[in-house]
Design a protein around this ligand. Structure first.
Ligand SMILES: Nc1ncnc2c1ncn2[C@@H]1O[C@H](COP(=O)(O)OP(=O)(O)O)[C@@H](O)[C@H]1O
Ligand SMILES: [Mg+2]
Length: 325
């Protein structure tokens, strides 16, 4: 891979409640280069959102993060809060599942986008700012951007609101866009439109994208690399081609067996059992209780990630699978 833009090393995030500490992101390392899309995939509750929020230091007050988050020579785990605010919405843009929670309901679309620009480009005149906002709305293919400028979020459809969020996230030309389940709340057609819009914008800008999803169909279609997350840990990662042609972790294989059609949310993932509760995390491999291959070693030794081929790493005692066939 070319020189990484973002290099995350041994990132862990825990919630502290009195004397108990529960680790929801456990020793995660990865990197991503400009122009690449990295998908983070796993069932609900696996720690995908907390991981992405940890990167930009937006975790709840009761949480603590350890590790390094290196971007452009800075460690985001250590920069001042002031600097972190500049980076958020500057070098790093974010979009979330439900745009309504991130948009201010009592401000027009135009006013919100102008505000965001003002923060990062204080020297623009009001007219220049307005011009740029309208261009930004056009870029995300919002119909009649001059009209939308004056509308309030509740006057827009879910898909249009997500386009506004994308315009907001891209206003400052970030190097990295973090998109956490950006289309989960949208219907199928709109979902596909938003994902292809993101891909086109990425091609134009050359930014890196971290795409969080529970849908392997989305990964196959839109990502270059993927990390499969289970109960706070990365169980498999590699190029998307390698993961799909040669999945190695039993959890990945289970997810593959239940790929919903792109956008079809009726079919849920169908691996037997559920993600363990934080308070009852099994020792050893966290997937062992649901794993059809699990042996005695799995329930007491945590498997370390190992490369099965260059760039394709798996955290399973049985990997590579052919050794045990
Ligand atoms: N504010 C919080 N306090 C305690 N635990 C939390 C909090 N937010 C999330 N968690 C826990 O962290 C784990 C990971 O959650 P999350 O990152 O939202 O999962 P995902 O995005 O993969 O669905 C879950 O077990 C969840 O219950
Ligand atoms: Mg989430």
């Amino acid at each position: 891979m070319s020189e990484p833009l973002l290099d995350v090393r041994n990132l862990s995030t825990s919630f502290v409640n009195g004397s108990t500490e529960t680790t929801v992101v456990d020793d995660v390392s990865f990197s991503i280069a400009l122009g690449h899309t990295l998908a983070i995939v796993g069932e609900s509750g696996c720690g995908k959102s907390i991981l992405s929020l940890s990167l930009i230091r937006l975790i709840p007050d009761s949480a603590r993060t350890r590790g390094e988050i290196l971007i452009g020579g800075e460690d985001l785990a250590r920069v001042s809060s002031e600097r972190m605010r500049q980076i958020r919405g500057g070098k790093i843009g974010m979009i979330f599942q439900e745009p309504m929670t991130s948009l201010n309901p009592i401000m027009t679309v135009g006013a919100q986008l102008s505000e965001a620009l003002k923060l990062h480009f204080p020297d623009l005149t009001t007219a220049e700012r307005q011009q740029r906002v309208i261009e930004g709305l056009r870029r995300v293919r919002l119909p009649a951007p001059e009209t939308q400028f004056h509308r309030y979020p509740h006057e827009l459809s879910g898909g249009m609101r997500q386009r506004v969020m994308i315009a907001m996230a891209l206003a400052c030309e970030p190097d990295l866009l973090i998109a956490d389940e950006p289309t989960t709340a949208l219907d199928v057609t709109v979902q596909a439109e938003i994902l292809s819009l993101l891909r086109d914008l990425q091609q134009d800008t050359g930014m890196a994208v971290i795409l969080i999803t529970h849908d392997l169909g989305v990964v196959a279609e839109f990502a270059d690399e993927a990390m499969v997350m289970y109960a706070g840990r990365i169980v498999e990662r590699g190029e998307v081609g390698a993961i799909f042609s040669d999945p190695q972790h039993p959890y990945t294989i289970g997810l593959m067996g239940s790929i919903p059609q792109l956008g079809n949310q009726d079919r849920l993932l169908e691996i037997e059992g559920t993600v363990p509760a934080l308070s009852a995390m099994p020792p050893g491999c966290r997937f062992a209780p649901r794993c059809v291959f699990a042996g005695p070693r799995c329930s007491d030794q945590s498997p370390a990630p190992r490369e099965v081929t260059a760039g394709h790493a798996v955290a399973c005692h049985f990997a590579p699978l052919e050794d045990h066939a």
